[in-house]
Write a protein that binds this ligand. Structure first.
Ligand code: FPP
Length: 238
């Protein structure tokens, strides 16, 4: 049974280390990304089983365009395949999928598939998965600031009315609660421009394992860590 005091409602994940995982096996980086994409499916299933309501993953950052063209192309094709599979399995998976980030510069067929998947999965009652694509936290905040500036210029919003809710409602994650827990794999302890506004009060869990090696039991360990933090500090917060 879900205990909402100790099970995080929303888990954000930086799926790092696909390249290193592949290198350790003398394989191309693309091999690691494919394994990473397969692992995402397993972790989403586990998260849903454990009673987590939202998972948000960093799949492609605004910085990732600087990678070699062959790697970017591979990642985009992997995404195409992921979207197509997810559209086909939308009913069975019962997972509501939403893409965050600036999708305007993605290829048209990808944008079409995203719209199709968001529509096909909109009534799902299981896990809500947010995939961050061409996402950068500063870019998201800039887009939000431009929206607010336009509304102020048009006279539909007064500067005094700009509060936290006003900002939150204009971010890509509008309507989604902030993550309670952020997991980053592969040993790096950085935020890398991932959800800087939304992660302001989240617990952080870092794993040395590369993302393709981060299994269901590791996800469970991250939730145990979160539970420990909540039990220690929950009383004060409550
Ligand atoms: C970081 O590993 C991972 C990425 C930049 C991409 C994450 C993508 C996936 C897990 C698969 C695609 C997801 C979907 C939804 C289709 P890295 O390449 O930075 O690894 P490294 O730090 O070891 O080099």
């Amino acid at each position: 049974m879900k205990d909402s005091t100790v099970i995080p409602e929303h888990v954000a994940i930086i799926m790092d280390g696909n390249g290193r995982w592949a290198k350790e096996r003398n394989k191309p980086r693309s091999f690691g990304h494919k394994a990473g994409s397969d692992n995402l499916k397993k972790i989403c299933k586990k998260a849903d089983e454990m009673g987590v309501s939202y998972v948000t993953v960093y799949a492609f950052s605004t910085e990732n365009w600087k990678r070699p063209k062959a790697e970017v192309d591979f990642l985009m094709n992997l995404l195409r395949q992921y979207l197509k599979d997810s559209i086909k399995k939308a009913k069975k998976d019962n997972m509501r999928i939403r893409v965050i980030g600036d999708r305007s510069i993605l290829d048209e067929d990808i944008r079409t598939s995203i719209a199709e998947l968001e529509d096909a999965s909109k009534d799902a009652t299981g896990l809500k998965l947010q995939i961050a694509l061409n996402y950068g936290g500063r870019d998201e905040l800039l887009r939000c600031m431009r929206l607010i500036a336009e509304e102020v210029t048009e006279g539909t919003l007064s500067p005094e009315a700009i509060d936290e809710a006003c900002v939150a409602n204009r971010l890509d994650t509008a309507g989604i609660p902030d993550p309670d827990l952020m997991i980053r794999t592969s040993g790096e302890m950085r935020l890398s421009n991932f959800l800087p506004w939304q992660l302001a009060y989240s617990e952080f869990y870092f794993s040395e394992k590369h993302w393709p090696d981060f299994k269901e039991e590791d996800f469970e360990a991250a939730l145990k860590f979160y539970e420990g933090r909540k039990r220690r500090f929950g009383g004060v917060e409550a």
